[in-house]
Design a protein around this ligand. Structure first.
Ligand code: KG4
Ligand code: ZN
Length: 362
C-alpha cells in the first residue's frame, strides 16, 4: 500500500510517500530562515507557512513519484506533540484528502516517529532503549515494539536541543544554534572542568539542562569580550552555511567543545543508568535533532559497543523533522492493525498523546 506521511508539528513542512517499508519520495520545506529573524519559532507564522506550502509540496511529491492522489491508500499524520495551530493545518489537510480519496487515516506520535526513523534504512531490533533528544523533548523510553513505548525518564525543564539553542543565542549564533556549536567544537579538546554534568547526582532517569545553560551564562558574564565575537557574516552564512567569527575563535571553540562534552556526558550517564535497570534489551536507539550532534553520536556509539547492543542512529537528515519518519511510523501502526477515524484530534506540546487507535481486524 502507498502511504502518505504529513509533518507540520513545528517549523518544517513535510510530505513523503512510503511503500512496503521503503521511501518512494519526499519533499520538505524548512521555515528556519523565516523564524531566525525572531530568534525562535513564531507559532502564527509557522501555521501560515504550513498552509501555504503543503499544497505546493504535495503536488511536487505526486509528480516526482509519478502517482496520483487516488493511489494513496492511507495517510499518516503527525498529530503531536507540537504547535497546535501548525498541527491543525496538517490534520485538516490530511482529513480533506481522506474525504476526497477514501484513504484511511492514522495519527502518529511525532516523538515515536523520530525513534522509528532508523527503520527506514535498516532493520530495527526490539526491545530497545530509546533516547529522544530534540528541540522540545529529552525522553528515555523502553521500546518493546514499534507501537509499544514506555516512558522511563524525561527532562524536568529545558530539552537538550533547547539548551543548545539558548547557549548558541548567548554566543550570538543564529537560531537554531545547535549545529553551529557542533561545528565550532570540531577538533577542539573540551575542558572537562568548565561546565557541570547537570542533574546526574540522583537516582532517576530524568534530565535537567537549565542549570547547565545558567553555568554557561555565568561563565560568559565574566567574559564580556566574547559577547561580540560571533557576529555572523550574513553572506558567508547564506552561501556556505558557515559562520565567520569576528574574534576570539579559540576561546569560543573551547567553550563550544566543553558545552558539547557536558551535554553528551549527561546523556551518556543517564542512558548507562537506564541500561543497567532494564533487562532483555537488544538495541539502543538515538533520535531527534540533537542525535545529529557529533559528540552525542560518538558517546552513544561507545555506550552501545560497551553493552553489546545494536545501535540505531539515523543519518543526520533523518534525525531532524521530516515526513518520511511519519509515513514510516504510520505504516508500522497500520501493519500492527491500528488506524484512526476522522474524529482524530491534534495534541499540543505538554500533553501526552493518547493511544486511541481503532483496532482493525487482521
Ligand atoms: O527534532 P528536531 O528537528 O525538532 C524538534 O522536534 O524539536 O530538533 C531540533 C533541535 C534544535 O534544538 C537544534 O538546535 C538541534 O535539534 N540540533 C542540533 C544539531 N542539529 C540540530 N543540536 C546539536 N548539534 C547538532 N548538530
Ligand atoms: Zn521533532
Amino acid at each position: 500500500m502507498l502511504i502518505l506521511g504529513v509533518e507540520t508539528s513545528c517549523d518544517e513542512t513535510g510530505v513523503a510517500l512510503v511503500r512496503d517499508g521503503r521511501l518512494v519520495a519526499e519533499a520538505l520545506a524548512s521555515q528556519t530562515d523565516i523564524h531566525a529573524v525572531f530568534g525562535g519559532v513564531v507559532p502564527e507564522i509557522a501555521s501560515r507557512e504550513h498552509q501555504r506550502m503543503l499544497p505546493v509540496l504535495f503536488r511536487d511529491l505526486l509528480a516526482r513519484a509519478e502517482v496520483t492522489a487516488q493511489d494513496i491508500g492511507a495517510i499518516a499524520i503527525a498529530r503531536g506533540p507540537g504547535l497546535l495551530g501548525s498541527l491543525l493545518v496538517g490534520l485538516s489537510f490530511a482529513k480533506g484528502l481522506c474525504l476526497a480519496t477514501g484513504a484511511a487515516i492514522i495519527g502518529v506520535n511525532h516523538l515515536h516517529a523520530h525513534l522509528l526513523a532508523a527503520g527506514l534504512e535498516e532493520e530495527m531490533r526490539f526491545p530497545a532503549l530509546g533516547l529522544l533528544v530534540s528541540g522540545g523533548h529529552t525522553h528515555i523510553y523502553r521500546i518493546s515494539s514499534p507501537t509499544e513505548f514506555k516512558l522511563l525518564g524525561r527532562t524536568l525543564d529545558d530539552a537538550a536541543g533547547e539548551a543548545f539553542d539558548k547557549v548558541a543565542k548567548l554566543l550570538n549564533l543564529p537560531y537554531p544554534g545547535g549545529r553551529y556549536l557542533d561545528d565550532l567544537s570540531q577538533g577542539v579538546e573540551p575542558d572537562h572542568t568548565l561546565f557541570p554534568r547537570a542533574y546526574v547526582h540522583n537516582d532517576n532517569l530524568d534530565f535537567s539542562f537549565s542549570g547547565l545553560k545558567t553555568a554557561v551564562a555565568e561563565y560568559l558574564g565574566k567574559r564580556p569580550h566574547l559577547a561580540y565575537a560571533t557576529m555572523p557574516d550574513a553572506d558567508a552564512l547564506q552561501s556556505a552555511g558557515a559562520l565567520s567569527l569576528a574574534g576570539h575563535p579559540q576561546e569560543l571553540a573551547i567553550i563550544a567543545s566543553s558545552f558539547n562534552y557536558a551535554v553528551a556526558e549527561t546523556l551518556r550517564i543517564k542512558v548507562e543508568r537506564a541500561l543497567e535497570r532494564e533487562s532483555g534489551l537488544v538495541s539502543l536507539v538515538v533520535a531527534g535533532g540533537v542525535a545529529a550532534n557529533s559528540h552525542v553520536r560518538a558517546a552513544m556509539a561507545n555506550v552501545a559497543g560497551g553493552h553489546g547492543l545494536a545501535l540505531h542512529l539515523p543519518r543526520p537528515a533523518l534525525c531532524t523533522d521530516n515526513a518520511s519518519m511519519i509515513a514510516h511510523a504510520g505504516a508500522l501502526a497500520l501493519k500492527a492493525g491500528y488506524r484512526h477515524g476522522l474524529d482524530l484530534e491534534s495534541v499540543p506540546r505538554g500533553r501526552a498523546v493518547p493511544e486511541d487507535w481503532i483496532r482493525t481486524a487482521q
